[in-house]
Design a protein around this ligand. Structure first.
Ligand code: 173
Length: 321
């Protein structure tokens, strides 16, 4: 009798839950592929604080840490499998999951525009299907990558140079004749110090976070591509959120995505600071500069479309002006 009564009680509670909106607060674990003290993480903190203030009783973000907590190239897989809920990372760091990951650098449009023209819907389709991820938002925009060197070049010929890369730069630098070695950001300083590499690829901002300016003599202009750092979430975890939780999370990350225009100012300051630190710019004549940038895109799109004949062409169409 007693047993029956409690079963009935449980059944009533289960039935009542959706109507009373008594869903429990959920805490999502966030891990970063970039170090805690760097520009990309600092930029995220105000958003997380705002979300947590508004999300009491609904949803909280718990920032676990950066590369000390998890190696950068493993963050994507940890999100895919649900070891963590949300990753702050870049597609180049999880090309082991799918080749499309590294295509996010190839867009010439900012996040809000990609949202409007359907590119983010396409990204989500691919990320859902191939990586078990929900693509939440792009948090860096207006930021080209550059080649930084310890040796001078006078034309876009990298023959004889050994460069630190990630998948972002691999095909392009190799196409220009370089020998490449992949490292996590945390290993670049030592590689420069020991003369293991003659330079590295990195965005226009952030080199001071790692003190690389101490070892950098030249920056090659122009930059190329658009540095991408995004928030990605385990898809099962995303699907398990209530509509209210999804709404809260979406509102905050999309607002943050729209704020990415502030990177323009950060980048101007870093350009000045690089000059003050004695980093000289290597420039090419206008035609050579254009060829350099065109080559970067051409090499990357050709390889992406080869690796992903299904989605590569669609991405190219929606990512390009
Ligand atoms: O150079 C890198 O480590 C890299 O691929 C990257 C991508 C986006 C932002 C910063 C660095």
């Amino acid at each position: 009798m007693k047993f029956h009564r409690s079963l009935t009680a449980i059944a009533c509670m289960a039935a009542a839950t959706p109507f009373h909106a008594v869903a429990q607060e959920v805490t999502l674990r966030v891990v970063s592929a970039f170090a805690e003290n760097t520009t990309y993480v600092k930029n995220l903190e105000p958003m997380m604080q705002k979300l947590n203030a508004e999300g009491k009783g609904v949803l909280q973000l718990n920032f676990i840490g950066g590369p000390k907590a998890m190696p950068p190239f493993e963050v994507g897989n940890a999100v895919r499998t649900g070891v963590v809920d949300i990753g702050l990372t870049t597609g180049a760091f999880y090309t082991n999951i799918m080749p499309e990951a590294d295509a996010l650098k190839l867009t010439q449009m900012a996040g809000p525009e990609l949202r409007k023209n359907g590119a983010i819907d396409l990204i989500n389709k691919v990320w859902n299907e191939k990586a078990n991820m929900q693509y939440l938002a792009r948090v860096i925009d207006y930021t080209p990558f550059h080649l930084y060197l310890t040796k001078k070049i006078d034309k876009p010929d990298l023959t004889g140079l050994k460069l630190r890369i990630t998948p972002v730069y691999r095909d392009f630098f190799q196409a220009l004749g370089a020998t490449v070695v992949q490292t996590a950001p945390g290993e670049v300083y030592t590689a420069l110090e020991r003369g293991v590499v003659d330079g590295y690829g990195w965005p226009i901002n952030g080199i001071f976070d790692f003190n690389w300016h101490e070892k950098t003599k030249f920056r090659v202009d122009p930059g190329f591509y658009s540095a991408e750092v995004s928030l990605v979430m385990n898809l099962d975890k995303w699907k398990a959120l209530t509509p209210a939780q999804k709404d809260l999370l979406t509102r905050h990350v999309v607002a943050h995505e729209a704020d990415a225009v502030s990177w323009k100012k950060v980048n101007e300051e870093d350009i000045k600071r690089q000059a003050q630190a004695g980093i000289q710019t290597i420039t090419f004549d206008a035609a050579t500069a254009r060829q350099f940038v065109d080559k970067a895109y051409e090499v990357a799109w050709t390889n992406l479309i080869k690796a992903s004949p299904q989605y590569g062409p669609q991405m190219r169409k929606l990512f390009s002006r």
